[in-house]
Design a protein around this ligand. Structure first.
Ligand SMILES: Cc1cc2nc3c(=O)[nH]c(=O)nc-3n(C[C@H](O)[C@H](O)[C@H](O)COP(=O)(O)O)c2cc1C
Length: 225
């Protein structure tokens, strides 16, 4: 289960979703009402829940580069969406993921707004995203939240501690620069790869640390050592 809330960072969500689909995992997706604004702002995609989102808008989103061009793997992504993805309306509290009896491995909230962090920490369940996260916690399944805000208020920090105490993994959208990234997509994929690691999903989205200082730079042709 993936929840996309209305924090900046829709490229992180796209990379996580591509990683889950590449791993052959079924994906239940909910995009909050506020996330429609960030998606429109960051990608130009006008998201509508239901038939309009799947597979068309989702394929447009996941199949585009940060610059808005067509990704070379777009056709494979589209095929995986058709096979594996299911979009649920944010207002549909009767959707499967509202119940603990609906089978999921866990949930990733990426990006996680401070509002969704508060709502999950307090158990508000104000929409399907928050309810599905609450269900994930109550069922003892893995919940990974990916906050994207700076600076944090004291309230958000307390909510994050509460989520950690409840068993969630707090995985900040905080790219590392040790993996040899030379562009923004590589930094996005680093975060997404570490988020998938936290969720227990095998991925090859970034270059892992090998124990050798400078190895990532050495792999980049033309870069001075
Ligand atoms: C363009 C845009 C960017 C935003 N960026 C952030 C952000 O980076 N982090 C955040 O916590 N909230 C951000 N917000 C505010 C949230 O969208 C707002 O708190 C909203 O109530 C979140 O609702 P949701 O948790 O149901 O998605 C942004 C809003 C807009 C319109």
């Amino acid at each position: 289960m993936v929840g996309v809330s209305g924090a900046s960072g829709t490229p992180y969500a796209a990379s996580v979703l591509r990683g889950l689909l590449a791993a052959g995992l079924p994906v239940d997706l909910v995009v909050s009402r506020a996330a429609r604004l960030t998606l429109l702002d960051e990608t130009g995609i006008a998201w509508r829940d239901g038939a309009g989102a799947w597979p068309g808008a989702l394929a447009d989103w996941l199949g585009a580069t940060l610059a808005g061009d067509r990704r070379p793997d777009r056709d494979q992504i589209t095929a995986r969406i058709a096979e594996l993805a299911r979009v649920h309306g944010a207002d549909n509290l009767a959707a499967g993921p509202s119940s603990g009896s609906y089978p999921t491995r866990g949930m990733i909230v990426v990006p996680a707004s401070t509002a969704s962090i508060a709502g999950i920490a307090l158990g508000l369940s104000k929409d399907l995203l928050q309810r599905a996260a609450d269900v994930t916690l109550k069922e003892g399944r893995r919940l990974v939240v990916v906050p994207r805000e700076m600076p944090f208020t004291g309230a958000t920090l307390r909510h994050l501690v509460d989520l950690h105490a409840a068993g969630a993994v707090v995985a900040a959208a905080s790219p590392g620069f040790y993996a040899g990234a030379v562009d923004a997509q590589a930094l996005v994929d680093f975060v997404a790869g570490r988020v998938l690691d936290a969720a227990g999903v095998a991925n090859t989205l970034f270059r892992r640390w090998t124990g050798e200082l400078g190895a990532a730079r050495a792999d980049r042709p033309g870069l001075a050592q």
